[in-house]
Design a protein around this ligand. Sequence first.
Ligand code: F6R
Length: 607
Amino acid sequence: MCGIVGYIGTKKASPILINGLKKLEYRGYDSAGISTIEESEISILKDKGRVKNLENLDGINNLKGTVGIAHTRWATHGKPSKSNSHPHMDNSKSFSVVHNGIIENYKELRDFLQNNNYKFYSDTDTEVIPNLIHYYYNKENNFLKSVNLACNDLKGSYAIEVIFKDMPNNMIVAKKDSPLVIGKSDDETFISSDIPALISFTNTFYFLNDTEIAVISKDDISFYDSNLNKISKDLTTVELSSDSADKDGFEDYMLKEIYEQPKAVRETIGTSLNGTNINFEGLSLSKDYLSTINMIYIVACGTAMHAGLGVKSNFETLCNIPVVVDVASEFRYRKPLINEKTLCIYISQSGETADTIAALKLAKSKGAKTIAITNVIESSITREADYYVYTHAGPEIAVASTKAYTSQIVLLNIMALYFAEILNSSSKDRIENIKKEILKLPEKLEKTLEDVSDIKELAKKIYSKKDMFFLGRGIDYTVALEGSLKLKEITYIHSDAYAAGELKHGPIALIEKGVPVISILTNPTLVEKTISNVQEVITRGATSIIITNQSLDCSNFDNIINIPETSALLSPIVSVVPLQLLAYYVSKEKGLDVDKPRNLAKSVTVE
Ligand code: F6R
C-alpha cells in the first residue's frame, strides 16, 4: 500500500523517480507525486490518478534536482485528491516527506501541532510528519535529531523519505513495519519500497531494520539506531534479473506471470527438493520438536490463505497432525488456542501484509514456533518469524496473485513431505511417489499453457454475465475459492464458490437460466459426486463449465476444459491455471485494467 522511491546522485532525479514509481504502481494508484531539491529550493508536483498523469504535468521537465523523493498512493486517510497526495510539506515549506504506512496516533499529533499553531491542508495522517520534524528542528537545529524525535512520536507503521531545503545534498530515510530498501551503486543511492523497482539500476542493497534511520548523501550513507548510535551495515547482493520486473513482451504483467508458472514452480522445487532429497536451508526442526506438535495453524490472507487451504489435508494425511487454516485478520483477534506445542505457518507473497505479520507476532508471544513462507527477499515477515523459507516465483507485479499461489502450494507440499520424513508418519513409497509427481509439475504446467484458445472463446461467451459460481469438492473446492476470487477482483463480476455438496442447502436458489457454473473435477474418488451436483444446476438452466483431468462423458456439459492429470494432492497447481486465464481474458473482453484493478493494491500493509 503506497510505494515510495528516492534518488540522490549525479543525474536528474525526476525521470529516475518516475521510472521507479511506475514499477511500484502495483502498490497503489490513487495519486502520485514527486519532490526534488535544487539550490535549496524544494519543488513539488503531484496529482490524483496514476503515475502517467504525473508524468504529463506541466513543469515535470523543469525539475532539474539530483536529489528527490516520490510516492504512489493507495488512499487510507483522506480520499484520492491532489491535496491528499504526497509529498507533504511542513508549514514553513522546509521539509518534504513521502510516507508509506499508517500513523495511528495522527489525530493526537495533529491536535498537539495545532495547539502549537501548525495548520493542516490535507486529510492525511502523513501531514503530521513534516510538521513534527519542523517542530523538533526549531528546538534542536539538527536534521537527523529532528527526524528521529518525530519518528519516536509516531505510533503505527512508516517508511519515510525526508528532504530538507537547508541540507540540499542529503536525504533521511527511516522505517518501522513498512518496507524500505536502499540500493547503492558507485555515486548514486536509490531508495524504494521494493527491490524490483531498483533492479535495473543496481543489485546491491542495504536493508534497514525497524526504527533505524539512514542519512544519505551522494557519496555516503550513515546508519543509526533509534537512539542515534551509529551502526554499520553490510551491502547485500541480490540475484534478480532486470527483465524480471518488465512485461517481457506480454500485454500485461498478470499474463506474463501466469506464463511464468512453470519456471516459478521449477525454481521453487529446485531450492528444496533435489532429486529425492529434501533440504530446507535454515529450517532446522528436530524430530523431538516436531513430535511434540499437536496442531498446525496455517495463517494468511486472500490467495495466500487459499494456498493454505490447498495443502491442509496433505499436511494432515502425511504428517498426522491436525491443521487449521485461518484468515489472518480473524486469527489475530479471536484468541486462538496456541502454546509451545503449536506450529504456526504464515504465507505471504509480499511478506508485508499487516494482518499476517500481526498474527505471527501473536503466535510468537504465546510460545509457538513460527515459519514464514514469502516470495520477497528480506521482507518484513522474515524478520519476525523464527524461520522463513522463500518461494522462488520471482517478482509478482500484477495485483492478482498467480505464480505466487502455485509456488506456495508446491513449497508447502514439499514441507509436508519433509515433516513426514522426519516424523516417519507416512510410508517411504508414498513420499517418494509424491516427490516424483512434484518434479513433473513444471512440465504439466507448460502443457496446460500450450493452447488456451478454448479459454479465450469461453471468455467471449461469458464476459457480460452478472454472476458466476464455482463448485468443487475437497481440494477442488479450495481451487474454486481461488478461481472465484481471481474472477471478481479483476472482472468486477460477482462470483461465489461453494463446496459442491453445500449447493442444495441454500445457494442453488441463485441458479437460473444462463448463469455460468464452473466446476473443478480432479479427484477421481469425488468426481461422480460432483457431477451429480453439476447435473442439479444444469437442470435449473445453468451454463456448465467443467475443468477436469478425468475422462468424463462430456455430452451433457456446455464447455469442458481438459488439463493434465496429477496426483489428487497436487491438482490445485494445475487446475487453477485455466481459472486464472479465464479471469484474465474476461477482464480483457471487458476492457479493464487487468494489472491494476479498482480499489486494490498489491501489498496490504494496513489492517
Ligand atoms: C489476490 C491477492 C490477495 C493476496 C493477499 C495476501 O489475487 O493477491 O488476496 O493474496 O492480499 O497478500 P500477501 O500474500 O502478499 O500476504
